[in-house]
Write a protein that binds this ligand. Structure first.
Ligand SMILES: Nc1ncnc2c1ncn2[C@@H]1O[C@H](COP(=O)(O)OP(=O)(O)O)[C@@H](O)[C@H]1O
Ligand SMILES: [Mg+2]
Length: 258
C-alpha cells in the first residue's frame, strides 16, 4: 500500500466518456447505509444483488452488515433479515445498541428478524427451496438480508463439487427472492475464490474490509476496498474506515493509488 494521498472524489466520479444510460436499462441502486461508501459505487448497491463482504476477524464485517440492515429497516422501512451462525441474537443486539441501533424495536415493528440455524440445517433448507428462510422473506416482505458467515456454512462440505453446488443454489435462491444480500466471508478473497466454490466469482460484488498495520510501529487500522461490483464503475482504491458513535464511515482520503 502506498502513502496516503488526497483524492478529489468528485473528480474521481467524473467518469470520462461515460454515456447516459436510458432509464429502463439503468441499474437500480439502494443506499448501503454506510456513509461515504455509496460515492465509491455510483450511488449505492444494485438492488437485488448479492454482495460478498470479506475480511479477517475484527475487520468490521458484522458491524457493516448490521448497519446496512439497520439503515434499510429504520430509514427506508425495508424489512431486514439476519442469519448469524456464530453469534447469538442477544449478543448482536447488544453490539448494535452500542451504535444506537435498536433492533428489538425494529423487530416489534416487523421490520427486522433474526433467524438462527445450525449450518447443516441451512443445507436442507436450500435444497428444499428455502423453507423457513423463504417463509420469513415472504411474510415480512424482506428486502435486505445478511448471512454471517458463509465460512461456517462452507466448512460443512469436504467435497469441492458439493460445496460449489450448494453455494450456487444459495446464490440462486437469493437472486430469486430479489433481496439485496450481504454474504460475509472470513476468508481472504483469493482463498474464498477457491475454497468456497468460487463464491467471489458467483456474487455480484465483493467488498473487502482490511485490518492492517500501516507500518511496524503503528496499531492496526480499518479500511475498505471495493474489489468488484458488476455493472459499476467503482473506485479501485483503499479508503480508511472509521468506527464512530453511530457506526462505520468511509473516509474520503484514499490510502492507495489506482
Ligand atoms: N465502538 C468501536 N470503536 C472502535 N472499534 C470498534 C468498535 N466496535 C467495534 N470495533 C472494532 O471492530 C471489531 C469487531 O467488529 P466486527 O464487526 O464484529 O468484526 P468482524 O465481524 O469482522 O469480526 C473489533 O475487534 C474492533 O476492532
Ligand atoms: Mg463477525
Amino acid at each position: 500500500m502506498s502513502a496516503r494521498q488526497e483524492v478529489d472524489l468528485e473528480e474521481f466520479l467524473q467518469v470520462s466518456g461515460k454515456k447516459p444510460i436510458p432509464a429502463d436499462l439503468s441499474v437500480y441502486r439502494t443506499p448501503s447505509g454506510i456513509p461515504g461508501l455509496d460515492r465509491l459505487v455510483e450511488g449505492g448497491l444494485e438492488k437485488g444483488s448479492v454482495v460478498l463482504v470479506v475480511g479477517v476477524p475484527g475487520s468490521g464485517k458484522t458491524t457493516f452488515a448490521l448497519q446496512f440492515l439497520h439503515y434499510g429497516a429504520f430509514s427506508l422501512k425495508e424489512p431486514g433479515l439476519f442469519i448469524p451462525f456464530a453469534e447469538t441474537k442477544e449478543s448482536l443486539y447488544r453490539h448494535a445498541f452500542g451504535f444506537g441501533w435498536d433492533f428489538s424495536e425494529l423487530e416489534r415493528q416487523k421490520l427486522f428478524q433474526v433467524l438462527q440455524f445450525k449450518p447443516h440445517q441451512v443445507t436442507g433448507l436450500i435444497e428444499e427451496g428455502g423453507g423457513a428462510i423463504k417463509d420469513e422473506i415472504k411474510s415480512l416482505g424482506v428486502k435486505r438480508l445478511a448471512i454471517d458467515s458463509i465460512t461456517a456454512y462452507t466448512l460443512l462440505f469436504k467435497d469441492d463439487y458439493q460445496r460449489r453446488e450448494s453455494i450456487v443454489s444459495f446464490i440462486e435462491r437469493l437472486h430469486d427472492w430479489k433481496t439485496t444480500s450481504m454474504i460475509i466471508s472470513e476468508m481472504p478473497p483469493t482463498v474464498s475464490e477457491t475454497r468456497e466454490g468460487s463464491i467471489g466469482f458467483l456474487s455480484d460484488a465483493i467488498i473487502a474490509l482490511h485490518y492492517l498495520k500501516p507500518d511496524k510501529e503503528s496499531g492496526r487500522e480499518h479500511s475498505v476496498e471495493v474489489l468488484k461490483m458488476r455493472g459499476t464503475n467503482h473506485s479501485t482504491r483503499v479508503f480508511p474506515l472509521s468506527f464512530e458513535s453511530k457506526g462505520l464511515r468511509v473516509r474520503s482520503e484514499a490510502l492507495s493509488k489506482d
